[in-house]
Design a protein. Structure first.
Length: 265
């Protein structure tokens, strides 16, 4: 039982529970949590939490991620909480685009945004791809200079931002050697920009078994994210991956850019 606050009118129990649920969701990393985590955090029965979540989804304050079934805060909570970031908008519109891309290429894809010297995976089709070799990818971080997703962003960001990233990466134990190699950086920029996409041909894999290609995603002329296609090099060569999957990957990026330019309701 809730304590007596001395208010003239009694509290609305369902509203109090809904606000409590939003607070618990807001405290989770990136405003993302599973049903079990929310039930544990609120102390409410899972059935009650599910009903509250369905209401919040219907009202537009929460969405259910298509990639891992976790519940995520939406733009509508911006005035209520600081748990939402601008980058979440691209996550909101990426689900259908990534799903269509998966149907075309079959290999899994990730939507990534920068987070310090890494790329944060915000949405992914690993969970849905029959060819996936790692199902739980949302929330993982990829080193910027070693992965196709990171290189796509790094090579297309503004010069000032890239210089700031290099200062940061020179202190990263994993990426410092590459960040300090001026020839590597120059070749990376020239190759990626001339081809229009980036690649990872086993650079970030102890067994050198994983390859990837990636393209940047722009909003108002500024790169804000990247999308990749990940494959096993024993099944697909880099040349084959570029020939087979690059057109669909580029089209997915263009669809995302168009969706980002649509007004928010």
């Amino acid at each position: 039982m809730r304590p007596d606050t001395g208010a003239e009118y009694g509290t609305v129990r369902s509203l109090a529970r809904g606000l409590d649920l939003l607070r618990v969701l807001n405290r989770h990393d990136k405003g993302r949590a599973s049903l079990a985590q929310l039930a544990s955090g609120t102390g409410l029965h899972r059935t009650t939490v599910r009903r509250l979540l369905e209401t919040l989804i219907e009202e537009g304050y929460v969405k259910r991620s298509a990639s891992d079934d976790r519940y995520v805060l939406t733009l509508n909570v911006r005035a209520l909480s600081e748990g939402f970031k601008d980058e979440e908008r691209i996550s909101m519109v990426s689900g259908p685009v990534l799903a269509q891309l998966l149907q075309q290429v079959r290999w899994p894809s990730d939507l990534c945004t920068p987070d310090g010297g890494s790329m944060l995976i915000r949405e992914s089709t690993h969970r849905f791809s029959s060819l996936s070799f790692n199902r739980a990818m949302v929330g993982e971080r990829l080193p910027m200079l070693l992965t196709a997703a990171g290189r796509a962003y790094f090579c297309y960001c503004a010069d000032a931002e890239r210089e700031a990233l290099l200062v940061l990466l020179r202190h990263d134990p994993v990426q410092a050697a590459l960040a300090n190699d001026e020839r590597f950086i120059a070749n990376l920029l020239e190759q990626t920009r001339s081809r229009g996409y980036s690649s990872n041909e086993g650079d970030w894999s102890a067994e050198r078994k994983i390859g990837a290609i990636a393209v940047p995603v722009f909003q108002s002329g500024k790169v804000i994210a990247s999308i990749n296609v990940i494959y096993l090099v024993r099944a697909v060569s880099h040349a084959e991956a570029a020939a087979r999957y690059l057109p669909a990957l580029v089209e997915a990026a263009r669809q995302l850019e168009a969706a980002l330019n649509e007004p928010v309701e």
